[in-house]
Design a binder for this molecule. Structure first.
Ligand SMILES: NC(=O)c1ccc[n+]([C@@H]2O[C@H](COP(=O)([O-])OP(=O)(O)OC[C@H]3O[C@@H](n4cnc5c(N)ncnc54)[C@H](OP(=O)(O)O)[C@@H]3O)[C@@H](O)[C@H]2O)c1
Length: 293
Protein backbone atom coordinates (compact mmCIF):
# COMPACT_ATOMS: atom_id res chain seq x y z
CA UNK A 1 0.00 0.00 0.00
CA UNK A 2 1.42 3.37 -0.94
CA UNK A 3 2.01 5.92 1.80
CA UNK A 4 1.05 9.45 0.80
CA UNK A 5 1.09 12.97 2.21
CA UNK A 6 -1.65 15.48 1.37
CA UNK A 7 -0.99 19.20 1.55
CA UNK A 8 -3.71 21.80 0.91
CA UNK A 9 -2.88 25.39 0.02
CA UNK A 10 0.19 24.06 -1.78
CA UNK A 11 0.34 26.68 -4.54
CA UNK A 12 1.80 29.41 -2.33
CA UNK A 13 2.99 30.60 1.05
CA UNK A 14 3.11 28.21 3.98
CA UNK A 15 1.74 25.25 1.99
CA UNK A 16 4.54 25.60 -0.56
CA UNK A 17 7.07 25.65 2.31
CA UNK A 18 5.58 22.42 3.65
CA UNK A 19 5.94 20.75 0.26
CA UNK A 20 9.63 21.65 0.08
CA UNK A 21 10.25 19.98 3.44
CA UNK A 22 7.99 16.97 3.12
CA UNK A 23 9.79 15.63 0.06
CA UNK A 24 12.91 15.37 2.22
CA UNK A 25 11.15 13.36 4.95
CA UNK A 26 12.18 9.75 5.33
CA UNK A 27 10.65 6.89 7.24
CA UNK A 28 8.05 8.14 9.71
CA UNK A 29 4.45 9.23 9.21
CA UNK A 30 3.06 5.73 8.87
CA UNK A 31 6.33 3.87 8.48
CA UNK A 32 7.89 4.39 5.05
CA UNK A 33 8.95 7.46 3.02
CA UNK A 34 6.13 9.03 1.07
CA UNK A 35 5.46 7.38 -2.27
CA UNK A 36 3.40 10.38 -3.35
CA UNK A 37 2.65 13.88 -2.11
CA UNK A 38 -0.72 15.21 -3.24
CA UNK A 39 -0.45 18.98 -3.57
CA UNK A 40 -3.87 20.65 -3.51
CA UNK A 41 -4.88 24.14 -4.68
CA UNK A 42 -7.20 25.81 -7.21
CA UNK A 43 -4.76 27.68 -9.41
CA UNK A 44 -3.25 24.99 -11.65
CA UNK A 45 -0.59 27.26 -13.22
CA UNK A 46 0.76 28.31 -9.85
CA UNK A 47 0.53 24.81 -8.47
CA UNK A 48 2.38 23.32 -11.44
CA UNK A 49 5.09 25.93 -11.29
CA UNK A 50 5.65 25.20 -7.57
CA UNK A 51 5.78 21.47 -8.31
CA UNK A 52 8.17 21.95 -11.25
CA UNK A 53 10.53 23.90 -9.03
CA UNK A 54 10.71 20.98 -6.57
CA UNK A 55 11.98 18.51 -9.20
CA UNK A 56 10.52 15.52 -7.39
CA UNK A 57 8.24 13.26 -9.40
CA UNK A 58 6.44 12.05 -6.27
CA UNK A 59 4.68 15.43 -5.94
CA UNK A 60 1.39 15.34 -7.85
CA UNK A 61 -0.92 18.28 -8.51
CA UNK A 62 -4.53 17.93 -7.40
CA UNK A 63 -6.46 20.93 -8.69
CA UNK A 64 -9.39 21.29 -6.35
CA UNK A 65 -11.56 24.07 -5.01
CA UNK A 66 -12.02 22.97 -1.42
CA UNK A 67 -15.06 25.21 -1.01
CA UNK A 68 -16.86 23.22 -3.73
CA UNK A 69 -18.53 20.08 -2.30
CA UNK A 70 -18.36 18.33 -5.70
CA UNK A 71 -14.57 18.84 -5.82
CA UNK A 72 -14.28 17.36 -2.34
CA UNK A 73 -16.41 14.42 -3.46
CA UNK A 74 -14.01 13.83 -6.39
CA UNK A 75 -11.09 13.82 -3.98
CA UNK A 76 -12.94 11.31 -1.83
CA UNK A 77 -13.46 9.12 -4.92
CA UNK A 78 -9.78 9.38 -5.82
CA UNK A 79 -8.88 8.14 -2.34
CA UNK A 80 -11.44 5.36 -2.56
CA UNK A 81 -10.07 4.14 -5.90
CA UNK A 82 -6.40 4.30 -4.90
CA UNK A 83 -6.81 3.28 -1.20
CA UNK A 84 -3.48 4.70 -0.05
CA UNK A 85 -2.24 5.01 3.51
CA UNK A 86 -2.41 8.74 4.35
CA UNK A 87 0.66 9.24 6.51
CA UNK A 88 0.38 13.01 6.73
CA UNK A 89 -2.40 15.51 6.13
CA UNK A 90 -1.52 19.19 6.24
CA UNK A 91 -4.61 21.39 6.18
CA UNK A 92 -3.07 24.68 5.16
CA UNK A 93 -5.48 26.24 2.62
CA UNK A 94 -7.16 29.30 4.06
CA UNK A 95 -8.31 32.83 3.40
CA UNK A 96 -9.72 35.88 5.10
CA UNK A 97 -10.94 39.30 4.02
CA UNK A 98 -10.23 42.31 6.22
CA UNK A 99 -12.76 45.03 6.91
CA UNK A 100 -15.96 45.72 8.79
CA UNK A 101 -18.58 43.01 8.30
CA UNK A 102 -21.02 45.46 6.68
CA UNK A 103 -18.30 46.39 4.19
CA UNK A 104 -17.83 42.83 2.85
CA UNK A 105 -19.71 40.84 0.24
CA UNK A 106 -21.71 38.10 1.95
CA UNK A 107 -19.85 35.65 -0.34
CA UNK A 108 -16.51 36.55 1.28
CA UNK A 109 -17.86 35.58 4.67
CA UNK A 110 -19.31 32.38 3.24
CA UNK A 111 -15.98 31.48 1.59
CA UNK A 112 -14.08 32.13 4.81
CA UNK A 113 -16.22 29.64 6.72
CA UNK A 114 -16.36 27.17 3.81
CA UNK A 115 -12.61 27.01 3.25
CA UNK A 116 -11.23 27.56 6.76
CA UNK A 117 -13.79 25.48 8.69
CA UNK A 118 -15.96 23.23 6.52
CA UNK A 119 -13.32 22.08 4.02
CA UNK A 120 -10.70 21.49 6.72
CA UNK A 121 -13.11 19.39 8.78
CA UNK A 122 -14.55 17.48 5.82
CA UNK A 123 -11.18 16.70 4.28
CA UNK A 124 -9.97 15.45 7.65
CA UNK A 125 -13.03 13.20 7.91
CA UNK A 126 -12.56 11.98 4.33
CA UNK A 127 -8.92 11.05 5.04
CA UNK A 128 -9.46 9.28 8.37
CA UNK A 129 -10.35 5.86 6.92
CA UNK A 130 -6.96 5.96 5.18
CA UNK A 131 -5.16 6.92 8.41
CA UNK A 132 -6.79 4.81 11.10
CA UNK A 133 -5.71 1.19 11.19
CA UNK A 134 -7.81 -0.71 13.68
CA UNK A 135 -5.48 -3.68 13.92
CA UNK A 136 -2.35 -1.64 14.27
CA UNK A 137 -1.63 0.76 17.09
CA UNK A 138 0.95 3.25 16.03
CA UNK A 139 3.35 4.58 18.60
CA UNK A 140 3.75 8.33 19.04
CA UNK A 141 6.96 8.03 17.02
CA UNK A 142 5.68 6.43 13.82
CA UNK A 143 1.97 7.11 13.48
CA UNK A 144 0.21 9.13 10.81
CA UNK A 145 -0.16 12.82 11.51
CA UNK A 146 -2.44 15.75 10.88
CA UNK A 147 -1.17 19.32 10.94
CA UNK A 148 -3.89 21.98 10.97
CA UNK A 149 -2.85 25.55 10.31
CA UNK A 150 -4.93 27.77 12.55
CA UNK A 151 -3.78 31.25 13.57
CA UNK A 152 -3.20 33.34 16.67
CA UNK A 153 -6.16 35.32 15.28
CA UNK A 154 -8.22 32.48 16.72
CA UNK A 155 -7.26 33.29 20.32
CA UNK A 156 -9.60 36.28 20.48
CA UNK A 157 -12.44 37.94 18.57
CA UNK A 158 -11.01 40.46 16.10
CA UNK A 159 -13.05 43.51 15.03
CA UNK A 160 -12.12 44.26 11.43
CA UNK A 161 -11.33 40.59 10.77
CA UNK A 162 -14.32 39.06 12.52
CA UNK A 163 -15.18 36.08 10.32
CA UNK A 164 -11.54 35.07 9.87
CA UNK A 165 -10.74 35.20 13.61
CA UNK A 166 -13.91 33.26 14.42
CA UNK A 167 -13.08 30.66 11.74
CA UNK A 168 -9.63 30.15 13.23
CA UNK A 169 -11.14 29.73 16.73
CA UNK A 170 -13.12 26.92 15.15
CA UNK A 171 -9.93 25.39 13.70
CA UNK A 172 -8.21 25.53 17.09
CA UNK A 173 -11.10 23.95 18.97
CA UNK A 174 -11.88 21.34 16.31
CA UNK A 175 -8.23 20.30 16.06
CA UNK A 176 -7.63 20.16 19.80
CA UNK A 177 -10.66 17.94 20.31
CA UNK A 178 -9.60 15.75 17.37
CA UNK A 179 -6.13 15.35 18.89
CA UNK A 180 -7.65 13.64 21.92
CA UNK A 181 -10.05 11.52 19.85
CA UNK A 182 -7.31 10.26 17.53
CA UNK A 183 -4.78 9.64 20.30
CA UNK A 184 -6.67 6.37 20.76
CA UNK A 185 -5.26 5.29 17.36
CA UNK A 186 -1.77 6.75 17.85
CA UNK A 187 -2.51 9.54 15.34
CA UNK A 188 -1.06 12.89 16.30
CA UNK A 189 -2.90 16.13 15.50
CA UNK A 190 -0.86 19.32 15.75
CA UNK A 191 -2.62 22.69 15.78
CA UNK A 192 -0.34 25.45 14.52
CA UNK A 193 -0.97 29.05 15.54
CA UNK A 194 1.28 31.55 13.79
CA UNK A 195 0.97 35.31 13.92
CA UNK A 196 1.65 37.28 10.72
CA UNK A 197 3.62 35.32 8.11
CA UNK A 198 5.35 36.69 5.03
CA UNK A 199 3.12 35.26 2.26
CA UNK A 200 0.48 36.53 -0.18
CA UNK A 201 -2.13 36.23 2.55
CA UNK A 202 -2.06 39.88 3.66
CA UNK A 203 -2.29 41.17 0.10
CA UNK A 204 -5.28 38.93 -0.60
CA UNK A 205 -6.89 39.84 2.74
CA UNK A 206 -6.80 43.52 1.86
CA UNK A 207 -7.92 43.08 -1.76
CA UNK A 208 -4.41 43.98 -2.94
CA UNK A 209 -4.37 47.28 -1.02
CA UNK A 210 -1.48 46.30 1.24
CA UNK A 211 1.02 43.49 0.83
CA UNK A 212 2.74 44.40 4.11
CA UNK A 213 1.51 44.03 7.67
CA UNK A 214 1.07 47.30 9.55
CA UNK A 215 1.13 48.41 13.21
CA UNK A 216 2.86 46.14 15.73
CA UNK A 217 2.32 43.15 13.40
CA UNK A 218 5.02 44.37 11.01
CA UNK A 219 7.65 43.72 13.73
CA UNK A 220 6.69 40.08 14.28
CA UNK A 221 6.28 38.77 10.73
CA UNK A 222 7.47 35.15 10.47
CA UNK A 223 9.22 33.37 7.61
CA UNK A 224 6.99 30.64 6.04
CA UNK A 225 9.91 28.18 5.66
CA UNK A 226 10.81 28.50 9.35
CA UNK A 227 7.17 28.11 10.34
CA UNK A 228 6.76 24.95 8.23
CA UNK A 229 10.02 23.55 9.65
CA UNK A 230 8.90 24.17 13.25
CA UNK A 231 5.46 22.71 12.50
CA UNK A 232 6.88 19.47 11.07
CA UNK A 233 9.26 19.21 14.01
CA UNK A 234 6.38 19.72 16.46
CA UNK A 235 4.39 17.07 14.64
CA UNK A 236 7.26 14.58 14.68
CA UNK A 237 7.67 15.23 18.41
CA UNK A 238 3.97 14.45 18.90
CA UNK A 239 3.06 17.96 20.10
CA UNK A 240 -0.60 18.90 20.04
CA UNK A 241 -0.08 22.65 19.80
CA UNK A 242 2.52 24.95 18.32
CA UNK A 243 2.21 28.67 19.00
CA UNK A 244 4.89 30.12 16.79
CA UNK A 245 7.01 32.97 18.13
CA UNK A 246 7.38 34.71 21.47
CA UNK A 247 4.93 37.52 20.65
CA UNK A 248 2.19 35.02 19.80
CA UNK A 249 2.86 33.04 22.99
CA UNK A 250 2.48 36.33 24.94
CA UNK A 251 -0.77 37.06 23.09
CA UNK A 252 -2.03 33.57 23.93
CA UNK A 253 -1.24 34.07 27.61
CA UNK A 254 -2.91 37.51 27.58
CA UNK A 255 -6.00 36.01 25.97
CA UNK A 256 -6.27 33.62 28.92
CA UNK A 257 -5.78 36.09 31.76
CA UNK A 258 -6.89 39.54 30.56
CA UNK A 259 -10.64 40.19 30.14
CA UNK A 260 -11.50 39.91 26.45
CA UNK A 261 -13.49 43.17 26.41
CA UNK A 262 -10.51 45.05 27.82
CA UNK A 263 -8.20 43.72 25.08
CA UNK A 264 -10.80 44.54 22.41
CA UNK A 265 -11.28 48.05 23.85
CA UNK A 266 -7.53 48.76 23.74
CA UNK A 267 -7.26 47.30 20.24
CA UNK A 268 -10.21 49.36 18.98
CA UNK A 269 -8.50 52.52 20.31
CA UNK A 270 -5.17 51.63 18.69
CA UNK A 271 -6.60 50.31 15.41
CA UNK A 272 -10.17 51.56 14.92
CA UNK A 273 -12.26 49.69 12.36
CA UNK A 274 -13.08 51.79 9.29
CA UNK A 275 -16.76 51.86 8.42
CA UNK A 276 -17.97 52.50 4.85
CA UNK A 277 -19.80 55.71 3.91
CA UNK A 278 -22.71 53.70 2.57
CA UNK A 279 -23.76 50.14 3.15
CA UNK A 280 -24.31 48.22 -0.08
CA UNK A 281 -26.82 45.47 -0.61
CA UNK A 282 -24.98 42.13 -0.41
CA UNK A 283 -26.12 41.28 -3.93
CA UNK A 284 -24.37 44.34 -5.36
CA UNK A 285 -21.29 44.40 -3.11
CA UNK A 286 -18.06 43.87 -5.03
CA UNK A 287 -16.33 40.52 -4.80
CA UNK A 288 -12.97 40.67 -2.99
CA UNK A 289 -10.12 40.90 -5.48
CA UNK A 290 -7.45 38.25 -5.40
CA UNK A 291 -4.03 38.95 -6.80
CA UNK A 292 -2.73 36.58 -9.44
CA UNK A 293 0.85 36.83 -8.31
N1 LIG B 1 0.18 34.60 6.24
C1 LIG B 1 -0.26 34.86 7.46
O1 LIG B 1 -0.04 35.96 8.00
C2 LIG B 1 -0.98 33.81 8.24
C3 LIG B 1 -1.03 33.92 9.63
C4 LIG B 1 -1.69 32.95 10.37
C5 LIG B 1 -2.28 31.88 9.73
N2 LIG B 1 -2.22 31.80 8.38
C6 LIG B 1 -2.90 30.66 7.75
O2 LIG B 1 -1.94 29.95 7.00
C7 LIG B 1 -2.60 29.25 5.94
C8 LIG B 1 -1.83 29.45 4.64
O3 LIG B 1 -1.88 30.81 4.31
P1 LIG B 1 -0.69 31.54 3.56
O4 LIG B 1 -0.18 32.58 4.45
O5 LIG B 1 0.27 30.57 3.01
O6 LIG B 1 -1.52 32.28 2.43
P2 LIG B 1 -1.47 32.19 0.84
O7 LIG B 1 -0.09 32.39 0.36
O8 LIG B 1 -2.56 33.10 0.39
O9 LIG B 1 -1.89 30.68 0.54
C9 LIG B 1 -3.20 30.24 0.65
C10 LIG B 1 -3.30 28.91 -0.05
O10 LIG B 1 -4.64 28.41 0.11
C11 LIG B 1 -5.11 27.98 -1.18
N3 LIG B 1 -6.55 28.11 -1.24
C12 LIG B 1 -7.30 29.21 -0.97
N4 LIG B 1 -8.58 28.96 -1.20
C13 LIG B 1 -8.66 27.67 -1.64
C14 LIG B 1 -9.73 26.83 -2.06
N5 LIG B 1 -10.99 27.26 -2.09
N6 LIG B 1 -9.44 25.57 -2.46
C15 LIG B 1 -8.18 25.13 -2.48
N7 LIG B 1 -7.12 25.88 -2.07
C16 LIG B 1 -7.36 27.12 -1.67
C17 LIG B 1 -4.41 28.92 -2.15
O11 LIG B 1 -4.30 28.33 -3.43
P3 LIG B 1 -5.18 28.74 -4.71
O12 LIG B 1 -5.44 30.20 -4.63
O13 LIG B 1 -4.32 28.31 -5.85
O14 LIG B 1 -6.40 27.93 -4.56
C18 LIG B 1 -3.02 29.02 -1.54
O15 LIG B 1 -2.24 27.92 -1.94
C19 LIG B 1 -4.03 29.78 5.90
O16 LIG B 1 -4.88 28.85 6.54
C20 LIG B 1 -3.96 31.06 6.73
O17 LIG B 1 -5.18 31.35 7.35
C21 LIG B 1 -1.59 32.72 7.62
Amino acid sequence: MKNIAIVTGASSGIGRSFLKLIIKERGIFGGVPFDEVWAIARNSDKLNSVIDSLEDERVLPVVCDLSDPSNLAELEEQLASETPQVGLLVNCAGMGIKGAVEDQPAKAIEDTVDINCTALSKLTRICLPYMIEKDRFYSKANGPRIINIASSAGFLPQPGFAAYAASKSYVINFSRALAFELADYGICVTTVCPGPVNTEFQSKATGGASAEFTGFRQYVVADPDKLAEASLRASIQGRRMLIFGFSQKALHLASKIVPTDLILYIESRLMPVEHPQTITDTTTAEEPKEEDT
